[in-house]
Design a protein around this ligand. Sequence first.
Ligand code: MSP
Length: 638
Amino acid sequence: MNTFYVTTPIYYVNDKPHIGHAYTSILADVLTRYHRLRGGATYFLTGTDEHGQKVQAAARERGIPPRQHVDEMVVHFQDMLKAIGASNDDYIRTTEERHTKVVQACLQALYDKGEIYKQDYEGWYCEADEMFVAEEDLVDGKSPSGRPVELIKESNYFFRMGQYQDWLIEYIESNPGFIRPATRANETLGFLKKQKLEDLCISRPKARLEWGIPLPFDDDYVTYVWFDALVNYISAIGYGDPASDFATRWPAVHIIGKDILTTHTVYWPTMLKALGLEQPRAILAHGWWVNEAGKKESKTGGAGPTDPAPFIEAFGADAWRYHMIAEMRLGHDAPFSERGFAERYNAELVNDLGNLASRVIKLMAREFDGKVPEVDVSGSSLKASAAAAVTAYQQAFESDRPDQAVAAVMALVRESNGVFNEAKPWDLAKSGDKDALAASLVAPLEVLRVVSILLQPVIPEKSKALRDQFGFGDREPSLAAATEWGVIPAGTAVSPDTLFPRMKWKPKDEDTDKKPAAAAAAPPVGVATPDMITYDEFKKVQLRTGKISKAERVEGADKLLKLQVYVGDEIRQLVAGIAQYYEPEELQHKVVIVVCNLKPATIRGIESNGMILAASKGSSLKLVTVDGGQMSSGADVR
Ligand code: MSP
C-alpha cells in the first residue's frame, strides 16, 4: 500500500496560532493516526509559510528584520503542535534551503519549458490579499475580501495557467474524490466554468517586495508567495533528489480550510501538471470555526480568535482534540463556545466513558482480587454491538466523517453503560453470584478495550491510559485488534485510575475563579452595584504609568512572568499572571499601568510590588496601556 501522506496548509507566521490552525493540525493528525491504526504507512507534514508581503509588513511593524521575526514566530506554531499532541513526521519552513532550492528548480524547469513568460502588466492589486484581482471580480471597487486595491503597472513573470482550464475541468469531473467534500468540487468547477482562466502572475518586483525567493532567471524579482508556499508539499519530501522517499510518498492528501480552495484546487493542480507530476490524492477542505456571532474565528473577527492554550492547560490536549473532532462536521462551519466544550467534556468523557471505565474496573479490582476473572463472554450482546461500532466507525472515517466515527464509538459506550446498569452488578456482588458478576464486568471491559483502540486517533494519551488499566498499554493498537472479542486473558491485573476528572468550568462571563491573577474584574461602567465606592475611596488607589524593562518566565509556573518595571526613577519587581498571553520579549519597553500602593506579596518565592492592569474576557487578555504608547513612566493615571 502507498504511504498515506497527509499535509496541512503551512501557516503564515505574521500572527500567532489560534483555534483554526490548531483544528486543521488536529484533523490531519487524527486522519494520520487513523491510517496508522488501519496498518498502512503514513507520513504527516506541517510547517510555516514564512515569505511574502504580510510577513514583511509584520516584521516592519515590529521594527525587526524579517528573518528574526520568522525565527521568533515559528516557535509559537511549533509549541502549538506540541500542545495538541500532533504526531507530525516533519516540519517544513519555507525559509529553509531544502525548500528554496526546490522552488527555484521548479521555476527554472517551467521557464525552460516555456511555461513562464514575462509581460508588462497593469492590474488591480490587493496588498492585504497578496493578489491581483480581475476587474470583473472587484466588489464596489475593492477586493472580494473587502480590502482595498490599487492600480499597479509593472513587468512581471506569468505562469501559463490558462491553457489548463479545460484539462482541469475534465480532471475534476472524472475524479469525484479529488476535491472533497463534493460541494467544494462544485465550487471550483463553478469558478472554472464561469470565466476564462487567466495566466498566473508568479513574480513580485524586488522594489516592492524583498522578502521572498529570488527568481533563478531574473534577480530583480522574487517569487509570488503562493507559488513558493504550495511547493512545500513536494520540497519537504525531497522532490528532485533521487535518494529521497519522494517516489513512495507523493501524491499527498491535502487538508485545507475552505478559505484557500482556489489556490489548492486551481493553482496547485496546474503547477503539478506543468511540472509533469501526479495530482494530489485528494484535497479535503473543511469549514470554519466561527464565534458566537457567526463570524470566522480570526484575528479580524470581533473579539479575536479563541486560543486553545488555556483549555488544553485546564482540560488536557485530548479533551480539546475530542471536542474539535466531535463538534465539526467536515466541510461545514461549526460554532465554538466554551460552554459547549465544557458540557461535552463532562457529559461524554467524564459521565459516559470515564464512568464506564471506572465502574467496571473498580468493581473488578474489588471483587476479583484485582484480576480479570475467567468467564466466557462470547454470548454477550455487546459483542455484536462492538463489531457493529467498528464497522460504522470505519465507514465514517472512509467517508470523511470523523465526527460520526466518534459518535459511533460513544453510542457503544452508552449502550454498554445501559447493559451494565441492567445487570445490576452491585446486587450480584452482594448475592455472591460470581459467574454472573464476572460476565457483567468482562463484557464491558472488552468494550473498553475496543473503545480505547477506536478512540486512539482522537484521544491518544487517554486511550493508552485506559489500556494501561488492564495491562494492554504497551500493545500497539490496531483496527484488526478492535474486531477481536474476548481476548483479555483471565488473570490480567487491573488497576483503576481516573481517566477524566470532572471539571468545574464556568464559561466566560459567569467565570469568576478563572480570571488571570493580574486582571482585576471591574464592574461595568455606569452600572450601580451594591459594591460602589466613593471617589475618595477610588483616589486611594495609586495608579502610575510604568515601562517594562525586563520580563522573564517564572520557573515551574506556566502562567507567571517576573517583570522589572520603571515607575519614574524607581524600578519595581512584580509578578503577573500573563505568561499565557505574552512572550517576555514582546513586553520590553511596553508602557503599562501599575497599581503602586498594593501591599507587597510573595508569589512562588518572588516578591511582587504592585500589580499591572489588564483587560480580560473569556480566554483573551490584553494589557492596559497608554494611547499612543509615548507616555513616559511615573505619570499619574486618573
Ligand atoms: N499560508 C497560507 C497557506 C499556504 S499552504 C501552501 C495560509 N495560512 S494561514 O495561516 O492563513 O492558515 C490558513 C488555514 O488555517 C486555513 O486554511 C485553515 O486550515 C486554518 N484556519 C484559519 N482560521 C480558521 C478558522 N476560523 N476555522 C478553521 N480553520 C481555519 O492561508
